[in-house]
Design a protein around this ligand. Structure first.
Ligand code: CA
Length: 228
């Protein structure tokens, strides 16, 4: 179930939105003032946040900053009674994704929420399809780039393919036979130790400078990549 945080001090508005969202299958938490909103936003993860601008204690801008510090991606929809251009610009500058002027139609809010959640969901699927992350190792499958601890690691095409194969099967032992087939397109037992050689290349580039080793050998069985 997707979780939405509403920060709104007008109890009537907050409760009406809460009820409407719950009827549409969302899990909803409400903060009725800025302090509570800030605390919830700082300590919990939400799929989306609806944020009133004028609040007791901490205003919507401050809370938006807190949300952004915790999570860059969560969609934030700001609500306000003021329709001024200045507020709108400031809301976007502070990282709000959308802006709704009160009084608003609940269906309008719901439609926007659905758009944002759909977009966020699509991005997440896309990211996991194109990006593999294991501990501090990142593999960008679109760009064929590898990073460890934020540092780019240049790999040859074969080294990359070998690493990607292991990463796609994270934690599973991959036999030399499978590696030979998938990376070198050859049947096994050509009598070379090419796989051992490439594993050594990879270890030097990926693991050597790091205390946490990611590439492992299962003697007589094959290799695996894991953060153990
Ligand atoms: Ca208010």
């Amino acid at each position: 179930m997707q979780r939405i945080l509403i920060v709104e001090d007008e109890v009537k508005v907050a409760n009406a939105v809460k009820m409407g969202l719950e009827e549409n299958g969302f899990e909803v938490e409400v903060a009725y003032d800025g302090r509570m909103g800030k605390s919830l936003a700082a300590n919990h993860d939400y799929d989306l946040v609806i944020l009133d601008l004028n609040l007791p204690h901490n205003n919507g801008y401050e809370i938006c900053e807190v949300i952004r510090r915790r999570n860059n991606k969560v969609p934030v929809i700001m609500l306000t009674a003021l329709g001024g251009m200045e507020d709108k610009m400031q809301a976007f500058e502070l990282g709000a994704d959308d802006y709704l002027v009160k009084p608003f139609d609940f269906r309008e809010l719901l439609a926007r929420i659905r758009v944002f959640l759909k977009r966020a969901g699509a991005e997440m699927t896309q990211n996991s399809r194109y990006k593999l992350v294991i501990a501090d190792l990142e593999i960008d499958r679109e760009r064929k780039e590898v990073w460890r601890g934020g540092k780019k690691i240049p790999l040859t095409a074969k080294e990359y393919q070998l690493l990607e194969l292991l990463a796609l099967h994270k934690g599973k032992v991959i036999s030399k036979l499978m590696i030979a087939e998938k990376v070198w397109n050859i049947d096994f037992d050509t009598g070379t130790n090419v796989i051992e050689v490439y594993m050594n290349f990879l270890r030097k580039k990926i693991d050597k400078d790091h205390e946490q080793k990611l590439l492992h050998t299962k003697t007589g069985m094959g290799y695996y990549l894991s953060e153990e």
